[in-house]
Design a protein around this ligand. Structure first.
Ligand code: GLU
Length: 435
């Protein structure tokens, strides 16, 4: 690997972030060797399961896909984390994403550890039959390692409630003889009609908008004057934009992998989402007169003159190649791992703030937890009940990170978040006598 590839390697980034946190925690542990033992274990994974899934395509030919479930740590509870269907899914990516889940669940105090999985595939190239067959094949391959008290997958990039429903159905069939467990609780992010929770689909975006509003209050920012640009208009980006606009922020730009849609007076997010659904591309919706804004190249989203830049797509969106073009003083990470460590160092040296992913996008897994609790207790909660639990939980998690940042102003916000999250996991390992 070249130096550049190494610095843009998600797992190398995740390990660097862990090392930085452990170094700063040293004075909090009497027994330094215990801390180092925990750190060494956290730099690796409990289990790395990889499988080849061979699917008969519609044209009759077999095709093989690489599939993953990586379980990072379960000191605080069962493994938890999403499943991603994307051609870029790789060992390094899933290793990093599963480690980040461990910190995300710790920072929000959810009784879970961290895991992640997926398939290296572009689901848009599959027919509905192929997609269903591949989803069921994933469940069959990883069935021994998942379960409501063992490991609980959920949606991530390019997966959704429908896929969770197929996967849960397959697992229930496999365990047809075992009536002692509710196997549907093995998957969260399910559709409402099949054990899903109110609010789950929008939860990541909603949780992020809640954290941003709390930060705006803490910093005495004027919400109505705060212009936001959102990179990525999938589930997370679109719901974040919608909720940020609802809370009074001015969302001036959204982008997908091809174009940026920009209006300095603020965009109508529902209109943009409806147009994108109908036309798939912002430029085509624009030609049809269905969106009120101008079309710019996709990459321009990063360099717009806004107050908040929200990367809500994939890793490595912000690297040392483009960090210098960013004008926004606040980078609010809704994707997992969008900023490389070197790019973050540069941004912080420029006086910019980077609000970390493990806090900003934790609303999704938090609402997954609410779904799991409802499934395991046989209860169903109203939308208002879910919101009434999600909002204070996100605000409290923000307040913890902010208080740590005030105590250690020389540290980045990510470091503040990591000091809280990593310490909780290490303390759980110590109290359980694992190290
Ligand atoms: N995929 C989401 C994340 O990265 C949600 C995970 C979950 O709900 O388990 O946080």
């Amino acid at each position: 690997m070249s130096k550049k590839q190494l610095t843009n390697d998600p797992y190398a980034a995740a390990c660097q972030q862990l090392r930085d946190a452990v170094a700063a925690l040293a004075d909090q542990y009497e027994d330094e060797s215990q801390l180092q033992a925990a750190a060494a274990r956290l730099a690796t994974h409990d289990h790395l399961y990889t499988k080849k899934l061979t699917l008969t395509m519609d044209d009759g030919h077999p095709k093989t896909f690489d599939a993953y479930r990586f379980q990072h740590n379960a000191a605080r509870g069962p493994y938890k984390g999403g499943l991603r269907f994307h051609p870029q899914v790789s060992e390094s990516e899933v290793k990093a994403l599963s480690m980040w889940m461990t910190w995300k669940c710790a920072i929000t105090n959810l009784p879970y550890g961290g895991a992640k999985g997926g398939i290296a595939v572009d689901p848009h190239e599959l027919s509905p039959r192929e997609l269903q067959a591949l989803s069921r094949a994933w469940t069959r391959a990883f069935a021994p390692y998942i379960g409501p008290w063992q490991d609980v997958p959920a949606p991530d990039v390019n997966t959704n409630g429908q896929i969770m429903a197929w996967m849960a159905d397959e697992l229930i069939r496999l365990h047809a003889d075992d009536l002692t467990q509710n196997y549907a609780a093995t998957f969260t992010g399910k559709p409402l009609i099949f054990g899903g929770s109110q609010g789950r689909e929008e939860a990541t975006g909603l949780g992020g908008a809640t954290v941003l509003a709390a930060l705006a209050r803490a910093q005495k920012m004027k919400i109505a004057d705060t212009a936001i640009a959102v990179q990525g208009f999938g589930n997370v980006g679109a719901w974040f934009a919608r909720h940020a606009a609802r809370l009074g922020f001015k969302v001036v730009a959204v982008s997908d992998s091809r174009h940026t849609l920009y209006n300095s007076h603020g965009l109508d997010i529902d209109e943009a989402a409806a147009a994108k659904r109908q036309y798939r591309r912002f430029n085509e919706a624009h030609s049809a007169g269905k969106v009120n804004g101008e079309i710019l190249p996709a990459a321009d989203i990063l360099s717009l003159d806004v107050n908040v830049l929200v990367p809500a797509a994939l890793e490595n969106a912000i690297t040392t190649d483009n960090a210098h073009t960013i004008k926004a003083p606040l980078i609010f990470e809704m994707a997992n791992g969008p900023t490389t460590p070197d790019a973050e160092k540069y941004l912080v040296s420029q006086g910019k703030m980077v609000m970390p992913d493990i806090l900003d996008n934790a609303g999704g897994v938090t609402t997954s937890y609410f779904e799991w609790v409802q499934n395991l207790s046989g209860d169903t909660w109203s939308y208002d009940t879910v919101l009434g639990k999600l909002t204070p939980l996100m605000e409290r998690s923000f307040a913890d990170v902010w208080a740590m940042h005030q105590r250690r102003p020389a540290d980045s916000l990510r470091q503040a978040a990591y000091l809280i999250a990593v310490k909780k996991v290490i303390d759980a390992m110590i109290i359980r006598g694992q190290v």
